[in-house]
Design a binder for this molecule. Structure first.
Ligand SMILES: [Zn+2]
Length: 491
């Protein structure tokens, strides 16, 4: 086997460079389907969300969903592409048991969006750019439910027929499976920020096909490519690409050549199998959809969608750095999802300390949420509650240690910090006189250690700090204890 993983230079393997182009289908988060008013929903009983239009009954006519077009426009603008003032729907003809019309309404030579880029970052921090060719609108097909053990038939569920999709077609700018993974993460982030798609790959809301070829290092011309389909997780895409790249390199090195084909990835077995030799676009006999007029996007509508575009992840991360003074890395983590970024910003408004808020959200909060598999948008410790807790450290009411105890309690009971503090009697002692009194008692009780300290064995200082904290049940303000103790012992 050609070892792919662990190579120093990721993009070149045994003298060959992979060339990868990704095509991503994103299911639009509209309430209804693209050409009828059936609800677009996942997980409903089979064949309950259908009507004559999405069942493809003769004479039924499609009517375009405006929201679906708006979502496509958002994604085109968010990726810096060009919305086409006039685009055309086309019939893509093929037979599938779960495609009752015998064709899919898509866009062919006149898509709604052209160009654009996805800028993404590798784990190493290196920045990459992948150019987009197009973004077009289309409808989804139904689903064949193949027999499981003991079942005799394949069943067809047409609930998904007519679900609105955009297909985001990229140039073959990607050079390694790791890059493909990072590209997909970024794409999902933008889809989620713009509210266009949930990005849930497990539910099939995001699907990725990959064109893969390899070429000798330094060669300009692309090799013969294959298309890999059926990958249902980002890690699955990375694994499938590793597999296919390795297969192609071994084939060429042993004197063979790559045949253009479509392969199906089998996640369980970790192999990609030949499905069919690759079809060309002319096999689909595309022609303009006669039941739909051209899609015309006015300048005003385009501007309206542009105005309403939310702040995008990169811009938001930059603002976090400049407005809150946090590190770039932290800003990247905190803007990973829109929900997390919203949460953090609300914590900041209540905490009054953006850096402390950044630390608390990243370590304490995300620690608990990830461990428990909770959703930040609905988590019981709301951002105002966490912000209030952090503000109590800033004001000296709580030590960091005490705040962690309170936070733990908040994650169990969902109660507010104030209530827990009152109940547990957790009040930090920040009063000079009170702390000095305790210090005097402790020094008086350990004359030997005081003598040691004054003779230069200053490492007994920690002993005194420990004694004070013990005497105050950890409630003395540690900074003040340190300062007052030092004054007493040195004075
Ligand atoms: Zn319908």
């Amino acid at each position: 086997m050609v070892g792919y993983q662990g190579e120093e230079k990721l993009s070149v393997v045994n003298g060959f460079e992979p060339v990868i182009g990704l095509e991503v289908h994103a299911q639009l988060a509209t309430d209804t389907k693209i050409f009828c008013s059936c609800r677009s929903s996942y997980g409903e009983p089979p064949n309950t969300l259908t009507c004559p239009v999405c069942l493809g009954l003769p004479g039924a006519l499609p009517v375009l969903n405006k929201k679906a077009v708006e979502f496509a426009m958002r994604m085109i603008l968010a990726t810096g592409g060009q919305i086409q003032p006039r685009s055309v729907f086309a019939r893509k003809n093929y037979f599938y048991p779960d495609l009752p019309k015998g064709y899919q309404i898509s866009q062919f030579d006149k898509p709604v969006g052209l160009d654009g880029v996805i800028k993404y970052r590798l784990e190493s921090g290196e920045e990459k750019v992948c150019r987009l060719i197009r973004i077009h609108l289309e409808e989804d097909a139904g689903k064949s439910l193949h027999p499981e053990a003991g079942e005799a038939y394949t069943r067809v569920d047409l609930n998904r027929c007519g679900t609105p999709l955009i297909e985001i077609v990229a140039h073959a700018d990607i050079r390694s499976p790791q890059e493909a993974y990072a590209y997909l993460l970024k794409l999902k982030q933008i889809l989620q920020y713009t509210g266009v798609c949930t990005g849930d790959m497990e539910k099939g809301h995001l699907r990725c096909d990959a064109n893969v070829s390899v070429r000798p290092e330094g060669q300009e011309k692309f090799g013969t490519r294959t298309e890999v389909k059926n990958m249902n997780s980002f890690k699955g895409v990375e694994r499938a690409l590793n597999y296919e790249i390795t297969r192609q390199i071994e084939l060429i090195r042993s004197g063979g050549s790559v045949t253009q084909a479509t392969l199906l990835w089998d996640e369980k077995r970790g192999v990609a199998e030949m499905m069919r030799t690759k079809e060309e676009s002319h096999d689909y006999r595309y022609f303009p959809e006669p039941d739909l007029v051209n899609l015309v996007v006015s300048h005003d509508w385009m501007e309206e969608v542009r105005r309403n575009l939310p702040e995008l992840p990169d811009a938001r991360a930059e603002r976090f750095v400049s407005a809150y003074g946090i590190r770039e890395y932290d800003a990247q983590v905190l803007t990973a999802t829109r929900d997390l970024a919203d949460y953090y910003e609300e914590v900041v408004t209540h905490a009054g300390d953006p850096k402390a808020a950044s630390n608390w959200v990243q370590t304490e909060l995300l620690g608990v949420i990830n461990a428990a598999g909770e959703n930040i948008a609905t988590y019981k410790v709301r951002p105002n509650m966490l912000g209030e807790l952090i503000s109590k450290i800033g004001s000296g009411e709580l030590s960091g240690k005490m705040a962690k105890i309170v936070f733990e309690e908040m994650t169990v009971s969902g109660r507010k910090a104030g209530e827990i503090i009152k109940e547990k009697g957790l009040v930090q002692i920040s009063d000079d006189t009170a702390i000095l009194k305790i210090i005097d008692e402790i020094l008086a009780a350990s004359p030997d250690n005081v003598a040691k300290y004054r003779s230069g064995k200053t490492n007994v200082f920690g002993f005194f700090v420990g004694q004070v904290m013990k005497a105050t049940k950890g409630q003395a303000n540690p900074e003040m204890v340190n300062k007052l103790l030092k004054e007493k012992l040195d004075g």
